[in-house]
Design a protein around this ligand. Structure first.
Ligand code: PEP
Ligand code: MG
Length: 753
């Protein structure tokens, strides 16, 4: 097997040797597409080095019997594997050959290169999940080059990559990695090119966007680019919009730097006409080669054009379907509030919410219009809830524009002053086909906002941290079960009891216990059936006396309390008067004869003795005899956090943090009392302290740890903290399932990169 090859020596048939990315680079090079030249350290070098150094055996040993569902262990094993790989000593002969190629690529001085990773996966249909992310820019000199090659290899054993392979039953050791090393272009100008109009999907023009300096500013939306359109048929320039640019990103010795552009130069056209046409012709040839519209990144250095990346336009077929929207439009002459670049072929209407930073994303409700200076990946959870996006800055290929097209929502970018001109709560119509924002509601939203725009994107993502849902309503069981969740983290008994409508003690008084048990069993079965093998954690009844009193017969059995939140509720009830709790247990036993995925959680446990007594009652049923049965305790009271070890010693399989009660009790703020609602704040430092302590305590004791209060549903920014503390699952409301999964996924990938 060849160990190091030039781009010119490979093509699309060499995926096994150089991976998908490497093969594509070879293909483009041989097509005479001007790409920065380079070479590839082949997958053979990776395989041989892994074996010869002994790292292979040690990694195999480290991964043997790995419980992939345990993020803490997964993470620590991933680090062991990566460390093994990073300390491999590459065979001297091969190392020298790599340096020889580098020297030849560099010329007299060491060149800056990009070191990329290109996974190969023999016989495996899909390699894209593995180690594709690691790219190192501005690498210079032999030793740095060697270090980055090893790091690229090590990226194959990021926790996320291990997790995905294990989940899909792929052999870790059949996936290889090749490393393309490509000369960096010192861009004077750069940008993107679409071989179809990315907004209208019209196929007759090539659209180019250009800025001075490095291209990152376009995608980040910090700069509005020049916009050129070229006819495909005769390569005439059909449209040109030149936008002044004040700052550019340049590369210097220590990294990228934002510098000011001199005044006279700011107004100039970024690419001369002749270069625009030359670039369009290159785009056309790449499109012809791949038989599909392409989305390319380009750069210009010393007056030469280079293509640095090409991929198919992902939104092509999707957006084409909605192209008639533009024709459907008949507006009255309503006030145009703003004008910008049209960024998606959709029209949406909703209430404006101005977002100054991702911290404010919780302000966005499903169906709002998100208005911000610009967006970045941290905004995505909020963008997913929106029907439209309006930004001050950015062009048609900015982050906001790309993501809104993917999400299928309206978007107008580069309006200049949307965040100043619009204000929270005003209703606007966003016309992403024309780049206009109107006052008032002029259309009806086409999207089914109930189910949200989210389901399609996250459907197949799984994460190491489990994502559970909070449920209560039996009628929702089936539809929520069809979403991308790993189970029910909190099944509240309260709705089921309310549906039954009669106080359980009235059933008992009338010797109708069976009837109650059957009704509850039937409802529980609906959840267990819908969720199949996924766990359903039933939280035993935690109605407060004022709530129980609403049930038929309630008056007779419930005490009158001045503060029921601190009153006769939770575990204390089960101990003091176990009759009703025993009926709940009887229902669980019945359900478990048919569905083994039902577990039990105890709410509001004030002290260790209460937990012991409750556990004894459960033990009498025989439920513990089946190992698949899990017994959870909610952590809702500061005492639970302070004495967590003692509670765990009683014998529980997991804790789930009830942040609603925990916040109430940490801050002495009655959840039910409107007078003090302003003082109820789940992100208070004291609450965060308690969350961290509880999570770390559970992990140390090797039991599961979840959260099922409202906090992560209301404050998505909390999720990353929970993950960094080691939480094993997060349970949220059904409407934020996909956005939370996305946050978890992003956090996990950051944790391992
Ligand atoms: C909690 O306290 O956070 C919780 C989930 O339980 P509930 O809101 O039902 O009290
Ligand atoms: Mg609670």
């Amino acid at each position: 097997m060849k160990n190091v090859v030039w781009f010119k020596d490979v093509n699309k048939d060499d995926v096994n040797l150089v991976g998908g990315k490497g093969a594509n680079l070879g293909e483009l090079y041989n097509l005479n597409v001007p790409i920065p030249n380079g070479f590839i350290v082949t997958s053979g070098v990776y395989f041989e080095s892994l074996k010869a150094s002994g790292a292979l055996d040690r990694i195999k040993a480290a991964l043997f019997g790995l419980p992939i569902d345990d993020p803490t262990i997964l993470q620590s094993k991933a680090l062991i594997c990566q460390k093994e790989i990073k300390s491999i000593v590459i065979d001297k002969k091969i190392e020298n050959r790599i340096y020889k190629f580098y020297k030849k690529l560099s010329g007299p001085n060491d060149a800056y290169v990009a070191v990329r990773s290109s996974a190969t996966a023999e016989d495996l249909p899909e390699a894209s999940f593995a180690g594709q992310q690691a790219t190192f820019l501005n690498v210079r000199g032999k030793s740095e080059l060697k270090e980055k090659i090893l790091e690229a290899w090590a990226s194959l054993f990021e926790a996320r990559a291990i997790f995905y392979r294990a989940q899909k039953n792929f052999d870790h050791f059949k996936v290889g990695i090749a490393v393309p090393v490509q000369k960096m272009v010192q861009s004077e100008a750069s940008g993107v090119m679409f071989t179809v109009d990315p907004v209208t999907n019209k196929n007759d023009k090539i659209v180019i966007e250009a800025i001075f300096g490095l291209g990152e500013l376009i995608v980040g939306g910090q700069v509005t680019p020049d916009h050129y359109e070229v006819n495909k048929k005769d390569f005439q320039i059909a449209d040109k919009i030149i936008v002044a640019q004040e700052k550019q990103l340049i590369r210097d010795k220590v990294g990228n730097k934002l510098v000011s552009i001199s005044k006279p130069y700011r107004q100039t056209q970024k690419l001369e006409d002749q270069k625009i046409v030359e670039l369009a012709k290159i785009g056309r040839s790449v499109e012809k080669h791949y038989f599909f519209p392409q989305d390319l990144e380009w750069a210009m250095a010393e007056n030469s054009l280079f293509i640095v990346q090409t991929r198919p336009v992902t939104t092509y077929t999707k957006a084409q379907k909605s192209k008639t929207l533009q024709e459907e439009r008949k507006y009255p002459s309503n006030e145009v509030l703003l004008q910008g670049s049209p960024a998606s072929p959709i029209i949406g209407t909703g209430k404006v919410v101005i977002i100054k930073s991702p911290k404010e994303l919780s302000k966005i409700q499903r169906g709002d219009v998100l208005v911000s200076e610009m967006t970045n990946p941290d905004y995505v959870p909020g963008m997913k809830k929106a029907v439209g996006i309006i930004t001050d800055k950015g062009g048609r290929t900015s982050h906001a524009a790309i993501v809104s097209r993917e999400l299928g929502i309206a978007c107008v970018v580069g309006t200049g002053n949307a965040t100043k001109k619009l204000h929270d709560g005003m209703v606007v119509t966003v016309d992403g086909t024309k780049g206009l924002v109107f006052k008032g509601q002029l259309v009806k939203n086409k999207k089914n906002l109930e189910s949200g725009s989210e389901t399609k994107t996250a459907k197949y993502t799984k994460t190491a941290t489990k994502l559970y849902v909070n449920l209560a309503e039996p009628d929702l069981a089936a539809s929520v079960a069809s979403k991308n969740v790993d189970g029910v983290g909190l099944l509240r008994a309260e709705f089921m009891l309310a549906q039954i409508g009669i106080h359980p003690k009235l059933f008992i008084e009338n010797n109708k216990e069976d009837k109650f048990v059957n009704k509850l069993t039937e409802k529980l079965m609906m959840f267990c059936k819908a969720f199949g093998k996924r766990p359903v954690i039933y939280r035993a009844s935690d109605l407060k006396s004022n709530e129980y009193r609403n049930l038929k017969g309630g008056d007779k059995y419930e005490p009158k309390e001045s503060n029921p939140m601190l009153g006769y509720r939770g575990a204390f009830r089960f101990v003091k008067d176990p009759d009703v709790f025993k009926l709940e247990l009887a229902a669980i036993e019945k359900v478990r004869k048919k569905y083994k995925n039902l577990d039990l959680m105890i709410p509001f446990v004030r002290n260790v003795q209460e937990l012991k007594s409750v556990r004894n009652i459960v033990r009498e049923t025989g439920l513990f005899e089946d190992e698949s049965f899990k017994f959870w305790m909610m952590v809702e009271i500061p005492a639970n956090v302070i004495l967590l070890d003692k509670f765990i010693e009683v014998g529980i399989d997991g804790i789930s943090i009830g942040s609603n009660d925990l916040t109430m009790l940490m801050l002495a703020t009655d959840r039910d009392n409107e007078e003090v609602a302003s003082e109820f704040y789940e992100l208070d430092d004291s609450v965060l302290w308690a969350l961290e302590r509880a999570i770390k305590g559970a992990i140390k004791a090797k039991i599961s740890c979840s959260i099922c209060g409202q906090a992560p549903s209301t404050y998505p920014q909390l999720t990353s903290k929970l993950i960094s503390w080691g939480i094993t699952s997060i349970s949220v409301n059904p409407d934020v399932i996909d956005s939370t999964r996305e946050i978890i996924r992003e956090c996990e990938s950051k944790l391992v990169s």
